[in-house]
Design a protein around this ligand. Structure first.
Ligand code: FES
Length: 121
């Protein structure tokens, strides 16, 4: 793994995620409280990008089927809840999950050196 600059701290705000990459891995950086965090921009459900999902209270919602992940840990907190923003009933959730069990997303530890943010990736 190599320490790679992903953003300037001043480019990251608390109300939205910033798309970036390190060594070919696409990721989203966000500020949660006083902490900078990064999560893979690849939903573990179907591998689709999460960058356009809603970001609130440190959690990003995948815009495709509503799975939710903590940006700082990658922890899955809801799994396949909707289809392009429309809530799904229980049976439809099972169908839409396509047999995939709830899975955490990859997350990355962000370190700050001066004004710059880095990850090991
Ligand atoms: S691709 Fe993200 S929840 Fe389905």
């Amino acid at each position: 793994m190599t320490k790679t600059k992903i953003a300037a701290a001043s480019d990251v705000s608390a109300d939205k995620v910033l798309k970036t990459s390190a060594n070919g891995q696409k990721m989203l950086v966000a500020k949660v409280g006083d902490q900078y965090c990064a999560i893979a921009n690849k939903c573990p459900h179907l591998g689709l990008p999460m960058a356009k999902g809603k970001f609130e209270d440190g959690v990003i919602t995948c815009p495709f089927h509503g799975s939710k992940f903590e940006v700082c840990t990658g922890k899955n907190v809801e799994w396949v809840e909707s289809f392009v923003g429309m809530p799904l009933p229980g049976v439809a959730k099972k169908v839409m999950s396509m047999g995939k069990a709830p899975t955490d997303a990859a997350s990355f530890t962000v370190t700050q050196d001066g004004e710059d943010l880095f990850v090991d990736a």
